[in-house]
Ligand binder design. Structure first.
Ligand SMILES: [Zn+2]
Length: 57
């Protein structure tokens, strides 16, 4: 079984336990994203969009 890691900083996938950019990588869980995580990303994006709109108006 291959271990794929993901860098929390630059979000690159790697086979190394440490990314070239510095931090230790986290184990990537392929195709097992929890719906909660997905929604939190959407929520964060929505907030960013709202902030951008507020800044533009
Ligand atoms: Zn990195």
């Amino acid at each position: 079984m291959r271990h794929i890691f993901k860098c929390p900083k630059c979000e690159r996938y790697t086979m190394q336990e440490k990314c070239a950019c510095g931090p230790a990588t986290e184990t990537a869980k392929p195709a097992k994203f929890s719906p909660e995580d997905k929604y939190s990303i959407y929520r964060r994006k929505a907030k960013e969009d709202a902030r951008k709109k507020e800044g533009l108006i």
